[in-house]
Every structure is written in structure tokens, then in C-alpha cells.
Design a protein around this ligand. Structure first.
Ligand code: GLU
Length: 311
């Protein structure tokens, strides 16, 4: 019998740079409920491709917290740190197709570059036609040319991007020898057969780059839904850098309740003291993606943020 392609396969892909905080929990809850209420699978991937920034302890803590919250994922956890061969093979294909070029520029040499809406430097094109004599390759970049990418996000609506202005020729293999997030996520989503990506809107600015990369590699493009991003009282995205508090694995109910509320799901106040099991029973019966707010525009990051959560 031929295995049928699933109609829906989603995933949650935390970066283990610290314990699970409320912002990541929101992405886990949204992606999980959308997958399960559509009869889909939900996979878990540890995005530890940036090895020096990640820790095994943080990864173990995230898994423990997800389990304590009552999440159940399909199949084995995928670890990006074990998938270098797949990333190298993808880069090789792009080299053969002439889609990438070696870049010798140092950070200092790029310091005057134009800045993309997400704050990253736009590559000025110095090495695009080949390395200057005697200059060693430091990184590999993807040529974006005049690519324009548009997609319909299930929450944020139509997004159009001119890659030369919004990103420039972006890095796939970094000067420190590590593969870049953009390449890893595209290769991994395709390898896992992901059909739907539900994640935080802080990644909205990356999506056009990822779709372009999928096209360059001949890979399918999943459907996208970008959830509002939780910020602290200073308007900063919750993260390890902004010292977001970890979700309490010993008592995860209140954080789960808050995540459902944050996602516009209107759980009744009586559920505020409920166990994860009771909350999931309610959420699976009542989840509606069309209730998720898209959130106001955050001027600093030009991505979309949700309402303010006290730290
Ligand atoms: N690893 C990324 C993060 O934790 C998420 C990547 C994705 O969902 O595509 O922010």
C-alpha cells in the first residue's frame, strides 16, 4: 500500500538557547492546536544549528517543560546539529546551479552597508562577480537578483517582498563554518514533509527568503501562519537576551491559560486554575485560527507584535 501524504504536517522548532519562555510557548500552543484540530501531525525540531549559542541543558529543559505542559509530538525529535550533511548537500546543489557565491568580506568591511527592515546589513555585492585576487572565501551567499516573493499568510494576510531591498544576498554558510538558520530551516521543513508552518511573527521577515530558497532548491513551499509576538513591558520580544521568565514546568496551567488568551481564544475565567489536561480538552474543542490577533506593527523591528505581557 502506498502511504498517503498527510494533509497537514506542522512543527514546533525551538532554539535551545535558554529555557522555554512564554513567547516560545505561544508558538508551541498555536502550532500544536492548529495541527491537531485539522487532524494533522505535529513534529518537534531542536534548532541547535548555531551550536555555540545553544546548550544541551536548555534543550533537555525545553523537552521536559513541553512534556509537563502535556504536548505530545509525532516521531523522534530532529536535532539540527546532526544534520550538517543534509545542509552541505543542499549548498552543493546551489553551487552547481550557480546560485551562490563565495564571499570574502569581513564584518568591518560591511559596516557601511544599507540596513534591511529587520536590522540586518544588505550585502553591497562586493564579491558577487568573484573573489578579488588573494582574498580567501569566508562565507557563502545566495544571489537574490531581482526576486520578488509574495505569499498569503493565514493570519497576517498578503506579504510581498522585494528581496534585493528587504534582505540582499544572504548568507547560507557563515564565516565560522556553521550553516545559517535560513538554509537549515528550509532543508529540514522539506525533509520532514512539513505542509504548514505556524510560528512567531518575528520570523515574518525571514519567510520570503525561505520561500526563495525553496524555489532555488526545487522544494515545495508550505502554507504559513505567523502568530503575534509576546513582548515585555518595554516592548522587547521575550527572549533569553531580554531575560524572559521560564515557563514553570511544575505548574504549567497558568502559562497555558495565558497563551490561549494571548492567542485570542477566550477561555472562560473558571479555567484559569485548570490543569493542562483540562485546558487541552477545552482548547481542542474551541481552537479557532481566525480568532488569533495579528497584532500591531512594531516600528523597531518591522515585524508584528502582540499585546504587552508584563515580564
Ligand atoms: N528556531 C526559531 C526560534 O526559536 C523558530 C524557527 C521556525 O519556526 O521556523 O525562534
Amino acid at each position: 500500500m502506498i502511504a498517503s501524504t498527510p494533509v497537514y504536517r506542522g512543527r514546533f522548532a525551538p532554539s535551545p538557547t535558554g529555557p522555554l519562555h512564554f513567547g516560545s510557548l505561544v508558538a508551541a500552543v498555536g502550532s500544536f492546536l492548529e495541527a491537531r484540530t485539522r487532524g494533522g501531525e505535529w513534529l518537534l525540531r531542536m534548532e541547535d544549528v548555531d551550536v555555540p549559542r545553544c546548550s544541551k541543558t536548555a534543550a533537555a529543559e525545553i523537552l521536559r517543560t513541553l512534556e509537563a505542559c502535556g504536548f505530545a509530538w509525532d516521531g523522534e525529535v530532529v536535532w539540527q546539529s546532526r544534520r550538517n550533511d543534509a545542509y552541505a548537500a543542499a549548498l552543493e546543489r546551489l553551487k552547481l546551479a550557480g546560485r551562490v557565491f563565495a564571499c570574502a568580506c569581513t564584518r568591518r568591511e560591511l559596516a557601511d552597508s544599507a540596513i534591511a527592515p529587520d536590522g540586518a546589513a544588505i550585502y553591497p555585492g562586493t564579491c558577487r562577480q568573484g573573489l578579488a585576487a588573494g582574498r580567501p572565501a569566508r562565507a557563502w551567499r545566495l544571489r537574490v537578483g531581482d526576486a520578488r516573493i509574495g505569499f498569503d499568510d493565514a493570519i497576517q494576510g498578503r506579504i510581498d517582498s522585494d528581496l534585493a531591498i528587504d534582505a540582499g544576498d544572504f548568507i547560507l554558510l557563515r564565516a565560522d563554518g556553521l550553516f545559517a538558520y535560513q538554509l537549515a530551516v528550509v532543508v529540514d521543513d522539506a525533509a520532514a514533509g512539513i505542509t504548514h508552518v505556524v510560528r512567531g511573527a518575528d520570523l515574518l521577515a525571514s519567510t520570503a527568503r525561505q520561500i526563495f530558497l525553496q524555489q532555488c532548491l526545487g522544494l515545495p513551499t508550505p502554507a504559513y501562519a505567523h502568530l503575534p509576538v509576546a513582548v515585555n513591558a518595554s516592548g522587547e520580544k521575550l527572549s533569553k537576551q531580554t531575560r524572559a521568565a521560564p515557563v514553570d514546568a511544575a505548574r504549567p496551567g497558568p502559562a497555558l491559560f495565558a497563551a490561549l488568551e494571548f492567542l485570542g481564544q477566550l477561555p472562560s475565567a473558571e479555567l484559569s486554575g485548570a490543569s493542562p489536561q483540562e485546558l487541552w480538552a477545552w482548547a481542542q474543542a474551541h481552537w479557532r485560527l481566525d480568532r488569533v490577533p495579528h497584532g500591531p506593527l512594531c516600528p523597531q523591528c518591522s515585524t508584528l507584535t502582540g499585546r504587552i505581557i508584563a515580564p
